[in-house]
Design a protein around this ligand. Structure first.
Ligand code: C2O
Ligand code: CU
Length: 489
């Protein structure tokens, strides 16, 4: 080759040397228009038994068989109609979004433990389709409401019935799990509160769904102050639910409080708290209990951005205090109690290491999340069998915080950054894992199915911070994309 020709060819060769692998990398990132999550990524057996994997491919159970009771009569029966329309917020603002029975938040569903809850979801006019997921409620898999995993999205004009026994008491919420990063932000959610089987409810039991509509933080759609009437000296329970994408800190003025439940699970011997805020990860809940002072004043429950509940007699004032810097640490709050299984006898051990690197996600260049060094859809499929004791290490070195949410199970926190939990058992379904943190959690595999395990900062999930937990022998007939137009995140 003559020198001049070589000079011309060199940049081309150099470009090819760079673009060739880039093109291959780009192409490799493309997800097909329709796929099954069962074919996604790579199975991870966590050092446990692999035999169920064969069963999975030889006609094991499918999620459609894993329903709640079908023939028992319903004790609580609700119809929710989803619409794309203007939301008229109680604080006077209006915005284009989604409603359930013409409201956002949707109706509060209240049940007692042991009752059968039946919810008929009708999609009147949400073009992308809708579903309902019972966040934090460990329902049978077919009732879990994840488009493309446990059902097809409910198209406009169609409906879908969910049935489950309200086995656990506590504070939960429901939301659409179809295009959820948009539908939840724009209003498709509400609360699910399950009380004890009998007995009178607390004197004042107030639900506080925290949600940011069009940039303004609200409690039940109301920004600023909301008055909750309660007599002097009475005991009040406030159920805080964070339906936003980011962390919410709540604090009280004019009373000490106890954190009586976290993520729907009662705490053991919760001590009174003063001068510390309560951290609610995205998707997380906490019930606080306090007494209205018998001196005539009110208690203020702040959730940030000037939005607060003022709890006390009509007209009673509560002066606001500044947001405390300290936070209640569930790792050491309350007293230990038995958890019902032995994490030392783990039969599976998994890692869920969250990082970030440049690459292509479905052909789009960017800085994307990784799980164990790989990018969606090349993420682990955590494989378990019924009865397994599972330990999982969740480590985050991605530069941002991630509220991690495993469907269908409650996990208990064993340690954070190597420091063992010493307080009331910290049961959680929405666990904030800050940048630089490592949590070790454990749970019992007692709810067969295919379950999503994702970040509840929902745009992060839509950007691929999502994996699945699957039981050996269980598979799903539903597909992402395809005829069902299923886009769960
Ligand atoms: Cu609150 Cu996968 O969801
Ligand atoms: Cu995240």
């Amino acid at each position: 080759m003559k020198r001049r020709q070589w000079r011309a060819a060199a940049p081309v060769a150099a470009a090819l040397a760079i673009l060739g692998p880039l093109g291959w990398w780009w192409q490799g990132s493309l997800t097909p228009d329709t796929y099954s999550v069962m074919d996604m990524g790579h199975p991870d057996y966590g050092g446990g038994d692999r035999t169920g994997h064969a069963a999975m491919h030889h006609g094991g159970a499918t999620v459609t068989a894993l329903t709640g009771p079908r023939d028992r009569p319903a004790d609580v029966s609700v119809t929710l109609v989803a619409r794309a329309e203007q939301i008229h917020l109680p604080d006077g603002r209006s915005l284009a979004g989604y409603t359930l029975n013409h409201a956002s938040p949707g109706p509060e569903i209240r049940a007692r433990q042991g009752q059968l809850v039946e919810v008929r979801l009708v999609n009147e006019s949400v073009p992308d389709g809708v579903t309902l997921h019972w966040h934090g409620y460990d329902v049978p898999n077919a009732e879990d409401g994840v488009a493309g995993v446990t059902q097809d999205a409910v198209a406009p004009g169609a409906d879908h019935v969910y049935r489950f026994v309200a086995a656990d008491a506590g504070t939960y919420w429901y939301h659409s799990h179809q295009v959820s990063h948009e539908q939840v932000r724009l209003g498709l959610f509400g609360a699910l509160v399950v009380g004890p089987p009998s007995g009178p409810p607390a004197a004042v039991d107030h639900l506080a769904l925290v949600h940011t509509y069009a940039g303004r933080r609200t409690i039940a759609g109301r920004s600023g102050e909301t008055r909750v009437v309660a007599a002097s000296g009475s005991t009040v329970r406030v159920r805080l639910v964070n339906t936003d994408q980011g962390t919410v800190r709540a604090w009280l003025s004019n009373a000490a409080y106890r954190v009586v439940a976290v993520d729907g699970r009662d705490t053991t011997a919760p001590p009174p708290v003063t001068g510390a805020a309560l951290v609610l990860p995205a998707g997380g809940r906490a019930d606080v209990e306090f007494a209205v002072p018998d001196t005539g004043g009110a208690v203020r429950v702040d959730v940030g951005a000037g939005t607060a509940l003022v709890v006390g007699p009509e007209g009673a004032a509560a002066s606001a205090t500044v947001e405390p810097k300290a936070s209640v640490d569930p790792l050491s709050y309350g007293a230990p109690a038995p958890i019902g299984f032995d994490p030392g006898a783990a039969t599976r051990r998994f890692e869920y290491r969250i990082g970030r690197r440049p690459g292509f996600l479905d052909g789009r260049p960017g800085l994307w999340w990784t799980i164990n060094g790989r990018m969606y859809p090349d993420v682990p499929m955590y494989m378990v069998s019924g009865g397994d004791v599972v330990r999982m290490t969740i480590a985050n070195s991605s530069g941002e915080t991630h509220p991690m949410h495993l469907h269908g199970h409650h996990a208990v926190v064993l340690s954070r950054n190597g420091v063992a939990a010493t307080g009331s058992p910290w049961w959680t379904d929405s666990l904030e894992v800050a940048d630089g943190e490592t949590y070790e959690i454990a749970f019992l595999a007692d709810n067969p199915g295919v379950w999503v395990d994702h970040c509840h900062n929902l745009p992060h999930a839509a950007e691929g911070l999502l994996a699945h937990l699957a039981y050996t022998g269980v598979t799903t007939p539903f597909r992402i994309g395809g005829d069902g137009h299923n886009h769960p995140e």
